[in-house]
Design a protein around this ligand. Structure first.
Ligand SMILES: CC(C)(COP(=O)(O)OP(=O)(O)OC[C@H]1O[C@@H](n2cnc3c(N)ncnc32)[C@H](O)[C@@H]1OP(=O)(O)O)[C@@H](O)C(=O)NCCC(=O)NCCS
Length: 162
């Protein structure tokens, strides 16, 4: 397996000359479009800039040159949202996706383990997520394999946009 770097994207990555802005944005749009139908770079930027969200990425093909590090290709991502609630700080996991060329190699699991580590280090009391287990059996295998259990309570959503 090639070197895999898993880290949180921060605003500085978008202004780093080794990670040219256009290329990083194009890379993220291509990846997210495999999960989200109307992917929007402004939403990705807002997530990266938000104090309560942590957008984690998995990157391959990083190069180390005399002139510094040249970032490679982002092939997977997962976002953790941290919320303060009356019953303690909780986390929500959103938008987990691995590039289709790289699925089945343990990258989704590594991203989720990174999210769980961050959740523990932020003293979160629980991590929540939803998935359509009929439509997404791999995602369900990933979450159940990590110990996630389905809650008996339904998860209600009010869509505020089309
Ligand atoms: C779900 C997804 C992120 C998993 O990423 P991945 O890198 O392929 O997953 P991994 O290789 O880490 O495998 C995760 C688990 O799924 C299992 N798995 C892998 N391929 C599978 C398949 N085709 N069918 C069923 N289970 C499968 C693995 O055995 C592994 O189980 P384990 O952790 O108990 O060993 C990836 O398939 C994906 O991006 N799917 C499309 C987007 C999506 O559905 N996102 C989730 C939204 S809720």
């Amino acid at each position: 397996m090639k070197e895999l770097n898993i880290y949180q994207l921060v605003p500085q990555h978008f202004s780093n000359e080794s990670h040219p802005r256009g290329r990083l944005e194009e890379n993220l749009l291509t990846l997210f479009s495999q999960l989200i139908s109307n992917v929007n770079i402004n939403h990705i930027n807002s997530t990266v800039c938000s104090d309560s969200s942590k957008l984690i990425v998995a990157e391959i093909d990083r190069k180390y040159t005399n002139r510094g590090t040249v970032f490679g290709e982002i092939i997977g991502t997962a976002t953790l949202i941290i919320m303060s609630t009356p019953h303690g700080p909780v986390g929500y996991v959103h938008d987990v996706v691995v590039d289709e060329q790289h699925r089945g190699n343990g990258i989704g699991r590594k991203l989720m383990l990174a999210i769980i580590d961050i959740a523990r280090s932020n003293n979160l009391t629980e991590l929540n997520l939803t998935t359509n287990s009929q439509k997404r059996p791999t995602a369900e295998a990933l979450y159940v394999g990590l110990g996630f259990k389905q809650k008996p309570t339904g998860f209600y959503v009010l869509k505020l946009t089309q």
